[in-house]
Design a protein around this ligand. Structure first.
Ligand code: GAL
Length: 669
């Protein structure tokens, strides 16, 4: 249960009553509308620092006390934010070093948000003070559900304080300058250093330092997050979280997870034409990752109930799409879906961002009616709270591989590299077969899984190769793709050839001699099970060293050489995909592999346009979530009669999904 003793699927959103203190009647009206929308939980105070501490040490809690009281009276819960995301003007004026410095050395001016220097002593101290004040005041309030620490932490700062910390970070990591110089291959372009202070974090030519910089940025923010938690913990033991941003590229979110009592995420898909399957898969990937991070239900903290104003095409959701988006989260392990935001503000850069209550202030809008109807149905799902997922297939998503690969020249620009898109495509091909999935990083335990997929695991952290070998020998099926195991933890290429040097070659039973970067005009194919599939961007030249060839290249001077290989090892097997293919190959390939590996779909016999997810509750019942990815109705045959818990009644071996719609069925054996 995310909030102690609160056995409900959480439903609500970011609530900013402090923007409405001068508009009489608005807050009263909000609380009426909250009932109508069946909302039970809100996040408050996220950007309220200057409304709570109007000048240094002058606090005004009256408006927040009022919101707490109203929530207590009406049985609602609050996630109280620490307000560090947006510092007051007085703070920046008095402590100018709280503003960040960019890579060119220019200090930012006050304004916007989420742009403070995490090393600034003044900023840190003021955050600690305001957090303690809030915690002291509200720790024992019955409406407090938990702590929403800051908001969407991210970013880097190039100030002198941060540079010093970076140098300390390197000293700790490498111990001696000699180790550092070696790991950095520093004879290249004469970059040996004789003092830590000489290390330049933004030198585009040093791949190891670039990688360390991103590690450092994660460490600095995690340290700040811990400092914020410690301040709150002096008074309150309520659960803490910070809202993550899915696959946000420059933070290693695996390092944030251990500090959270529950994971929360902000998720803003757009559902543009032609993109439904890819988008639904990519949203499911992040939900599965957030479930896996702590092995328990997470919270979708933010989503957009109307039009997402930042999107290139801020499309209004078509009938069905809103509910399907919310149920995707619940089916993949969320115990709540919340919105940004409850009420639309009247001005500034988010004034057109969808909100439950619009500028008309009524319950008459399409958005409000959709939210209210969804909220009402959610009340039927209290049995889902805490329900588990039990995946036996895992996809590895490891930020360090993305950083290391992104930094390397030669493999094309990011348009071609597509590290993140590759992970999504492999996940998507598996998800297309309706199996339950976990998303892990390479440091998690592999032994829970039958099938492990490594999309472009470019960087092997120490010990990973040995753990992969154990996994296979114990009976696991391992799939790796092109650009797996090229570098070690310092972005140094492996000696002895790819993948992964001598030990990796032995595990995979191949030698990957080189890669061919394909142009849009190049023609290459692979031939697998008698069919030809197009190859794009990358094709590697593979030699068999114990593995067998499962598919060969169809074109060019290396036609007939292996493109997909397979090696049996111990009780398991290792498959290597040497080329980037489209979805057609991935769908066929994983379809056959899942059967071999003995991985069962959540439900069988579904129409092509329908996907399923399952969660198992402690009372022995299974909740089946069905998603229609198309704009036409889809009848779905069921293996048994189930309870149509979402719409009411019985689903006697068949249920019909509305266009773009979704539903939830309960099966109690
Ligand atoms: C989130 C942010 C919210 C709001 C929202 C708009 O990233 O946390 O405060 O700005 O985006 O989509």
């Amino acid at each position: 249960m995310i909030i102690r003793n609160f056995n409900h699927i959480l439903h609500g959103g970011d609530y900013n009553p402090d923007q409405w203190l001068h508009t009489p009647g608005t807050i009263d009206r909000d609380f009426e509308l909250m009932e109508k929308a069946h909302c039970n939980t809100f996040s408050v105070g996220i950007f309220s620092w200057s409304q709570l501490e109007v000048e240094p040490d002058r606090f005004e809690f009256g408006w927040l006390d009022d919101i707490f009281e109203r929530c207590e009276k009406t049985g609602k819960k609050l996630f109280l934010a620490t307000p560090s995301a947006s510092k007051p003007a007085w703070l920046a004026q008095r402590w100018p070093d709280s503003c960040r410095v960019d890579r060119a050395g220019v200090r930012d001016r006050w304004g916007a948000r989420q742009n403070s220097c995490f090393s600034s002593p003044g900023y840190r101290e003021r955050v600690r003070i305001v957090n303690r004040k809030l915690a002291e005041r509200y720790a024992h309030h019955p409406a407090l559900g938990g702590w929403h620490i800051s908001n969407e932490y991210h970013g880097e700062c190039g100030c002198e304080l941060c540079r010093h910390r970076f140098h300390d970070f390197l000293r700790k990591r490498y111990g001696t300058l000699e180790n550092f110089n070696q790991a950095n291959w520093s004879a290249f372009w004469g970059h040996a250093i004789t003092d830590w202070s000489q290390v330049e974090p933004f030198d585009y030519s040093t791949d190891a330092t670039a990688l360390d910089w991103w590690r450092f940025c994660t460490e600095v923010i995690v340290d700040f997050f811990q400092m914020e938690i410690d301040a709150v913990r002096e008074f309150s033991d309520a659960p803490v979280t910070t809202n993550l941003m899915g696959l946000f590229p420059t933070l290693d979110y695996w390092k944030f997870a251990p500090l959270c009592d529950f994971i929360s995420d902000d998720c803003y898909p757009t559902w543009l034409d032609g993109d439904t399957e890819r988008e639904a898969a990519s949203v499911s990937l992040r939900h599965d990752m957030h479930y896996t991070m702590l092995g328990k239900p997470f919270l979708m903290m933010e989503s957009c109930p109307g039009i997402p104003n930042y999107a290139r095409y801020p499309k209004l959701r078509r009938p069905g799409e809103f509910e399907r988006e919310m149920l995707l989260a619940l089916g993949h392990g969320a115990d709540g879906t919340m919105y940004f935001q409850w009420r639309k503000g009247r001005n500034n850069c988010e004034k057109f961002h969808g909100a439950v209550v619009g500028h008309d202030g009524t319950d008459q809008t399409l958005t409000f009616r959709r939210v209210a109807s969804y909220g009402e149905k959610l009340e039927r799902l209290s049995g889902l709270v805490g329900a588990e997922k039990k995946p036996v297939t895992a996809v590895i998503y490891d930020w360090e591989s993305n950083w290391a690969f992104g930094q390397c020249n030669a493999a094309g620009g990011n348009q071609v590299k597509q590290w993140e898109a590759t992970a999504i495509n492999h996940y998507r091909a598996l998800w297309n077969h309706n199996i339950d999935l976990a998303v892990i990083d390479s440091e998690q335990d592999f032994s829970h899984y039958k099938l492990l997929v490594l999309p472009m695991l470019f960087l092997f952290k120490p010990g990973v190769l040995e753990r992969l070998r154990d996994f296979v020998e114990q009976g696991g099926t391992l799939v790796a793709t092109y650009f797996t195991g090229y570098v070690d933890e310092n972005n140094n290429c492996f000696s002895g050839g790819n993948p992964g040097g001598a030990a990796g070659r032995e595990l995979f039973g191949i030698w990957n001699e080189d890669f061919d970067g394909l142009q849009p005009t190049s023609r290459q194919t692979i031939v697998w099970n008698g069919r030809r599939y197009p190859v794009e961007d990358y094709a590697e030249l593979l030699h068999l060293e114990g593995a067998e060839s499962e598919a060969t290249y169809g074109d060019d001077f290396y036609a007939g050489t292996p493109a997909v290989t397979r090696r049996k090892l111990g009780k398991g097997c290792v498959v290597y995909l040497g080329a980037r293919t489209g979805m057609e190959f991935l769908n066929d390939f994983y379809g056959s592999l899942l059967k071999e590996a003995g991985v069962e779909p959540v439900l069988t016999g579904l129409p092509d346009a329908v996907r399923a997810a399952r969660r198992s509750a402690s009372d022995g019942s299974d909740y089946y979530f069905l998603y229609n990815l198309t704009g036409t109705e889809q009848p779905v045959n069921l293996p048994a009669t189930m309870t149509d818990i979402w719409n009411g009644g019985e689903a006697t071996r068949c249920v019909t999904l509305p266009p773009n719609g979704a539903t939830v069925l309960q099966f109690k054996p």
